[in-house]
Design a protein around this ligand. Structure first.
Ligand SMILES: [Zn+2]
Length: 466
């Protein structure tokens, strides 16, 4: 399934250059500064249960596609919030997935899965109804062996460092267990405060109270609430955190006077705050987080522009992160101005911007990152974490922001076995892009080789202080 020239340009001259560049980066260690793997895997190092719960049940790329073609989420093993029946038999879930595998033709999911199945399990034919049972058996048997335990895979994948993402309310007990185990794999956390920052987050009020109990601060007062963040960020840093992450519906920022921010905080904690106040509070908090980053050095990531829970029926039945978050148009130039007016010129601060609105790359993001010392561009994200999405990212940003205002690749995934595949796709696409610059005599091959190395490895380490 894996052609050695996959994703390289079809033109033989350019393809030869891409091959040479790729040779130099293919085997570099994986640096994964942002993602959603479960630290419990590495803490307990227990075998993964079975092929279905490893590949199908947790992967919203997979079940959203199947859902779009009429497969019920219950039949893929997703748990209903009301406790209603859902499929428990992993083999049946796997069969449904395998018989629908053709739906993934042309998608990055297909590339990632084929790569995992072939390189990890020796499966050499695309999944289908015909091989559903045999592929299940092969993968299931492998998962029961020591070589497929989480830590063994971590080492086999050549992961130099990986960041998970936790709420401020998380005890980080799995990270503590990893550290106490003496295992040398570098698994660090990242501070994602949305549950206590976003008034639209389910349970926001209760979360803010729990935040107070956890930190011993009066989080119902504005100064106490900010102090709790500072404490928790420091605690996260003791578990290796080098970054925070903010998943807001927009990139809005605000810089209110302290007494205005305090009044706003009281309003969002009261019953039924207005949508405008909720948005203004998220906006103010991005600037507050930037201020804390100036002090404690955490790199700030902003992942805006996802309209979460677009499908209320699914949200009610299955909860959040179940495949119906949809990108929206996103403004950056005006939205970020209050934050940038205060911190944009700070070269010691790093704010990594992501987008789900590709029209913003050349119009807004590349000009912003190509000017403000505090800004860097995160890689193509989520719906654009794909060969074409990555190529469009380079084509639309490099001329204005160059390579060195970008931060390398993020796999941003909870699908652990797909991590090598995702980094490999990014390395191949970047080499393809660079090969074209070399072939059109805009960049020497020696320089392209250096850039390829930076994009695959060094930039992520540098930007995220790893
Ligand atoms: Zn993420």
């Amino acid at each position: 399934m894996l052609h050695p020239d996959r994703l390289f340009p079809a033109d033989p001259t350019i393809r030869a250059i891409a091959r040479r560049l790729y040779e130099g980066v293919r085997d570099l260690p994986i640096v994964s500064p942002h993602g959603h793997t479960d630290p419990r895997w590495f803490a307990e190092n227990s075998p993964f249960d079975n092929p279905a719960t490893l590949f199908v049940v947790p992967d919203h790329y997979i079940f959203r596609m199947l859902y779009s073609q009429g497969v019920r989420l219950e039949d893929l093993g997703l748990r209903r919030l009301d406790g209603g029946p859902s499929e428990r038999d992993p083999r049946k879930i796997w069969r449904r997935f395998a018989e629908n595998y053709h739906l993934f033709r042309g998608t990055p999911t297909r590339l990632w899965l084929d790569h995992s199945f072939e390189t990890l399990f020796g499966v050499t034919e695309p999944l289908s109804a015909a091989n559903a049972d045999s592929s299940f058996d092969v993968i299931d048997a492998a998962l029961k062996t020591p070589a497929f335990r989480p830590r063994a895979l971590f080492e086999r994948f050549g992961i130099e460092a990986i960041a998970t993402t936790e709420s401020p309310l998380d005890s980080l007990k799995w990270h503590a267990m990893i550290r106490e185990s003496g295992w040398k794999g570098r698994v660090i956390t990242a501070y994602r405060p949305d549950p206590v920052v976003d008034p639209d987050f389910v349970g926001f009020g209760a979360n803010v109270r729990a935040f107070g109990e956890l930190t011993g601060e009066d989080t119902l007062s504005w100064p106490g609430y900010l102090a709790a963040h500072r404490k928790r960020r420091a605690f996260f840093k003791t578990f290796g955190a080098t970054s925070s992450d903010h998943g807001h519906p927009s990139a809005a920022t605000a810089d209110l006077a302290a007494h205005e921010a305090e009044a706003l905080f009281r309003r969002v904690l009261a019953d039924a705050p207005s949508p405008a106040d909720k948005e203004l509070f998220r906006a103010q908090m991005l600037t507050e987080m930037a201020a804390m980053s100036v002090d404690d050095g955490l790199v700030m990531q902003i992942h805006p522009g996802s309209l979460r829970n677009h499908n209320p029926t699914l949200a009610a039945a299955f909860g959040r992160d179940t495949g119906h978050d949809i990108p929206t148009r996103t403004d950056y130039v005006r939205a970020l101005k209050p934050l940038l007016d205060r911190f944009g010129n700070d070269a010691d601060l790093t704010i990594v911007l992501f987008t789900l609105d590709e029209t913003s790359y050349s119009r807004e993001l590349a000009p912003l990152a190509g000017h403000y010392p505090a800004l860097k561009l995160g890689p193509a994200w989520w719906f654009f974490d794909s060969p074409e999405g990555m190529m469009r990212f380079r084509e639309l940003t490099t001329e204005t922001a160059g390579f060195y205002n970008t931060v390398g690749f993020n796999d941003d995934t909870r699908a652990f076995p797909s991590i090598p595949a995702r980094h490999d796709v990014a390395r191949r696409v970047d080499c393809a892009y660079l090969a074209n610059l070399v072939a059109t005599h805009r960049l020497g091959e020696d320089e392209a080789r250096e850039v390829a190395h930076d994009l695959a490895y060094s930039l992520a380490k540098k930007a995220y202080k790893l």
